[in-house]
Design a binder for this molecule. Structure first.
Ligand code: ADP
Length: 595
C-alpha cells in the first residue's frame, strides 16, 4: 500500500452555524473562565441599561406628577449607580475579550505555520507562496471576530434588547404591539442586503489576496523584474488589480452601510408615531406620563442593540468567509503520512537502491523504470541533459514525493515503510541555490542539527572553508544573515550551506552542484568544502563539474527519465557511441560546467 494521497474535505458548503460550532469547539474550552467573566460583565451592562429605562416611570410619576421630594434622591442615586456599574462592566468585558481575541490570533498563527510546514512539496508546487501568506494574514482575524461577535452580540445586545422589550411590554403593551408589527419588513430587507454582501466579501478577499501576492512576488523576483524591464507591464497589471480591489471595497461599504438609511428611517417613523399617540392620549385621556416615558426610553435605548443585532448577520458573514478560507487551508491533508506500521530507518552501510521506479508530477511520467544502486560510502554522480530527471531522483530520496510504482530502499528497507522523520535524519541536502534563513550565521549552520554545540558548528565551518570569511564579518558567527542580514557572495552562501550539511553528520549526502559560475577562488573553496563533505558518506550528486564526475565511484547517465548508461569515467568514456562519451568529448574544453 502506498501512503495516502491528497485528501481535501469539501468545505464550501459550510454554513455560518457549522463554522461557528467548529470555532467554538476549538477555542471555547480554553477560554471558559475568560468568557464567563466577559459574559458576567455583559449581563451587568444589559441589565443596568434596562434598569435605566424602567426607573423612568418612577421618576416621572413620583417627581413630576406626585411631587414626592423624598424619593427623588434615592431614584437619582440608583440611576447614577447603574451608570457607574455599566461603565466598569463595559471596560471589563472589552479588556477580557481583546485578550482572548489576541490569544486566538496567536494560536491560529502558530497552528497555521506548523500546518504549512507539514504540507508536502506537492502543495507548494501548485500554490503560490505569496498568496498563501496573504491569505493567512487576512483570514485569521476572521476567527477572532466570529468569537467576539458571538459573545458581544448574543449576550450584550440580545440581552439588552430583550430586557428593554420586556420594559416596553410591561409599561405599554399596546404600543409595543404596534412596534412589533412594523419590524418584520425591516428584517426582511436586511436579510436581502446581507446575502449580496456575502458574495461581495468573498470576491474582495480574493482580489486582495492577489494584490498582496503580486506585490510580494515582485519583491522576491525584483532582480528579474529589472533585468527584463518588466516594471511597466507589472505595474499595469497590479494597478488593474488594485483598481478592482478598490471598487470591490467600495461596493462592500455601500452594501453594508445601506442598512443605516433603512434602520434610521424605521426608527424615526416609530418614534414619531409613538410620540404622537402618547401625546394625544395624555391630552385627551389624562393618562399619567410615567409609563409612556419609560416606554420611550426603552424604545430609544433598544435602538442601538437592535441595530447591532440587525448588522450581526452581515458582520458574521464577513468573518465567517474569512474563517472558512482559513479552514480550507488547515483542512488540507499532508499528502503523505507515515504508514501505521512505519518503523524507524536503521542505517548500516547507507546503500541506496532504486528499483524500477516510475514517477510523475502530473500526467506524464518523468521517471520510467529507473533502477540503480548508490553504494554505501561511495559517490554516485547523476549526469544527463537538462530535464532528464536528475533532480527528481534527488527529491524522491527524502520522500518529498512518492513514486507511482517501484521501490526505493536504503539498506534493504523500503523508505515508504519507515517514518519520514527517521529517514530525513539520515540525510543531508545541499541544494543548488543555498538558502539562508533569518538569524545569525551560527543559527544557519546549526539548522543542520539543533543540538550541535558552538564548537561543532565552528568545526563544520572550518571543514567547509567558511571559518575565515565568517570571522571577517562584523559580528563573526553572530552576524545576522537572511532577509534582514548582511549580504554574502554566492560562494560564501554555498559554503555555509555545506557547513550546515556537515554539522548534520548524516551518512547520506544529497548534492545538487551549483551551475552558476563562481569566481575561481570561490569555486576552489566550494570544491574543497564539498570534498570534505563527501568523505565517508554515501553521496548522490547531480554533477555539473567534470572533476566531480571523473572522481565519482559510479556515474549514472540519464536521458528522458531513464537510466541509459552506468559505469565509471574510464569505462563510459570508452564506449564509442555512448551518450556519456559524446557529452564528455563535446564539453571537455569547457571542463567545469560540462554536465
Ligand atoms: P533534471 O534535473 O535532469 O534537469 P528534472 O528532474 O528537474 O530534470 O525534471 C524532469 C522533468 O520533470 C522535466 O520535464 C521537468 O519539466 C519536470 N518537472 C520537474 N520538476 C517539476 C515539478 N515540480 N512539477 C512538475 N514538473 C516538474
Amino acid at each position: 500500500m502506498r501512503p495516502s494521497e491528497t485528501q481535501q474535505k469539501p468545505v464550501n458548503s459550510d454554513s455560518i452555524t457549522s463554522i461557528l460550532k467548529r470555532i467554538i469547539a476549538e477555542n471555547g474550552r480554553d477560554h471558559v473562565w475568560g468568557y464567563a467573566g466577559a459574559i458576567s460583565c455583559l449581563v451587568i451592562v444589559a441589565l443596568s441599561t434596562a434598569f435605566t429605562a424602567w426607573i423612568m416611570k418612577s421618576i416621572i410619576n413620583e417627581a413630576f406628577a406626585n411631587r414626592r421630594a423624598d424619593l427623588v434622591g434615592i431614584i437619582c442615586l440608583s440611576i447614577f449607580a447603574a451608570f457607574v456599574m455599566r461603565g466598569f462592566a463595559s471596560y471589563g468585558q472589552a479588556v477580557i475579550l481583546s485578550k482572548i481575541g489576541n490569544n486566538i490570533v496567536a494560536r491560529y498563527q502558530q497552528r497555521t505555520y506548523s500546518h504549512l510546514m507539514k504540507l508536502s512539496l506537492g502543495f507548494y508546487n501548485q500554490a503560490r507562496s505569496a498568496h498563501i501568506v496573504a491569505q493567512v494574514n487576512q483570514n485569521i482575524s476572521g476567527v477572532r471576530d466570529v468569537m467576539n461577535l458571538t459573545v458581544t452580540s448574543t449576550v450584550r445586545d440580545m440581552l439588552t434588547f430583550i430586557s428593554l422589550l420586556a420594559v416596553m411590554v410591561v409599561q405599554d403593551p399596546l404600543l409595543s404591539l404596534a412596534v412589533f408589527i412594523t419590524a418584520p419588513p425591516l428584517l426582511y430587507a436586511l436579510r436581502y442586503i446581507s446575502k449580496r454582501l456575502r458574495a461581495a466579501t468573498k470576491e474582495a478577499i480574493h482580489v486582495n489576496t492577489h494584490v498582496v501576492g503580486a506585490m510580494q512576488e515582485t519583491i522576491q523576483g525584483i532582480a528579474i523584474v529589472k533585468a527584463f524591464t518588466m516594471e511597466g507591464e507589472l505595474e499595469r497589471k497590479v494597478n488593474k488589480l488594485i483598481g478592482t480591489a478598490e471598487s470591490r471595497a467600495n461596493r462592500i461599504a455601500r452594501l453594508s452601510e445601506r442598512t443605516a438609511p433603512l434602520t434610521e428611517s424605521f426608527a424615526g417613523f416609530a418614534v414619531a408615531s409613538v410620540l404622537a399617540y402618547a401625546a394625544y392620549r395624555s391630552i385627551y385621556n389624562n393618562v399619567p406620563p410615567g409609563a409612556f416615558f419609560s416606554f420611550v426610553t426603552a424604545l430609544l435605548l433598544a435602538y442601538d442593540p437592535a441595530r447591532r443585532l440587525a448588522r450581526l448577520q452581515v458582520q458574521m458573514e464577513r468573518a465567517a468567509v474569512n474563517a472558512r478560507m482559513l479552514y480550507e487551508l488547515l483542512d488540507m491533508q499532508p499528502h503523505q503520512r507515515d504508514l501505521p506500521d512505519a518503523k524507524a530507518l536503521v542505517v548500516t552501510e547507507a546503500r541506496i537502491e532504486f528499483r524500477d521506479v516510475t514517477f510523475a508530477y502530473g500526467e506524464d511520467n518523468v521517471l520510467n523504470g529507473v533502477t540503480f544502486v548508490a553504494e554505501g560510502g561511495k559517490t554516485t554522480a547523476l549526469v544527463g541533459p537538462s530535464g532528464a530527471g536528475k533532480s527528481t531522483i534527488i527529491t524522491l530520496v527524502p520522500r518529498f514525493f512518492d513514486p507511482k510504482s517501484g521501490d526505493i530502499l536504503i539498506d534493504g528497507q523500503d523508505i515508504a515503510h519507515v517514518t519520514k522523520q527517521s529517514l530525513r535524519e539520515q540525510l543531508a541536502y545541499v541544494s543548488q541555490q543555498p538558502y539562508l534563513f533569518e538569524g545569525s550565521i551560527r543559527d544557519n549552520i546549526r539548522y543542520g542539527r539543533p543540538e550541535a554545540t558552538d564548537a561543532e558548528c565552528e568545526e563544520a565551518a572550518r571543514l567547509a572553508y567558511a571559518h575565515d570569511f565568517i570571522l571577517a564579518q562584523p559580528q563573526g558567527y553572530d552576524t545576522p544573515v537572511g532577509e534582514n542580514g548582511v549580504t554574502l557572495s554566492g560562494g560564501q552562501r554555498q559554503r555555509l550551506s555545506i557547513a550546515r550539511a556537515l554539522v548534520r553528520n548524516a551518512p547520506i549526502l544529497l548534492l545538487d552542484e551549483a551551475t552558476s559560475a563562481l569566481d575561481t577562488e570561490s569555486e576552489a573553496a566550494v570544491q574543497k568544502a564539498l570534498d570534505e563533505a563527501m568523505v565517508g558518506r554515501t553521496v548522490v550528486v547531480i554533477a555539473h563539474r567534470l572533476s566531480t564526475v571523473v572522481r565519482a565511484d559510479k556515474i549514472v547517465v540519464m536521458q528522458q527519465g531513464r537510466v541509459i548508461e552506468e559505469g565509471n569515467h574510464e569505462t563510459l568514456a570508452k564506449r564509442p557511441d555512448g551518450l556519456y562519451a559524446r557529452l564528455n568529448n563535446l564539453q571537455r574544453p569547457a571542463a567545469s560546467d560540462a554536465y
